[in-house]
Design a protein. Structure first.
Length: 153
């Protein structure tokens, strides 16, 4: 809703489609009369389950990223995203941070994983180096490292 009380409602029954983003775009065009180019479509491909299983595990923010983000992000938010868990469930990659729900990710043609309905959340994982980069839109870029597996007793 804008200040004049205009409302645009967009509904979707697919995680591959961001209804709030569409509503915002339509509202902007209706108010300004200026067309907005459609976003470049991300090509979703079948998930490489073996790859997801190879990167599954626990990840923590790198110390450099945490120090750099401390002045830019609220402490409560930073605390909620400090650790991530990647898992495979029914052939899909799931990602979960401490303070948030499970996010279902979709594999793209370039090998990254996306959650389009969450304002372009993208995860790039490099299994050999144990690194993960989480990007959300143009504003948030976080670097994670795979946490060591505790020894069994």
């Amino acid at each position: 809703m804008d200040r004049a009380g205009h409302i645009v409602v967009a509904l979707s029954n697919s995680e591959l489609f961001s209804a709030p983003e569409l509503a915002d775009t339509v509202l902007q065009m209706a108010l300004t009369g200026v067309p907005i180019a459609p976003p470049i479509e991300t090509r979703i491909v079948p998930t490489d389950v073996a790859r997801v299983r190879s990167v599954a595990g626990d990840y923590g923010l790198t110390s450099e990223c945490e120090k750099g983000s401390a002045s830019k992000l609220p402490k409560a938010f930073l605390d909620s995203i400090r650790d991530l868990k990647i898992s495979e469930e029914r052939g899909h990659m799931n990602i979960k941070s401490i303070g948030q729900g499970v996010v279902h990710m979709f594999q793209t043609a370039d090998g990254s994983f996306v959650a389009p309905r969450l304002h372009h959340l993208t995860v790039q994982v490099d299994a050999p180096s144990g690194t993960l980069v989480l990007t959300q839109g143009d504003h948030l870029v976080l670097q994670y490292a795979r946490m060591p597996i505790p020894p069994t007793k």
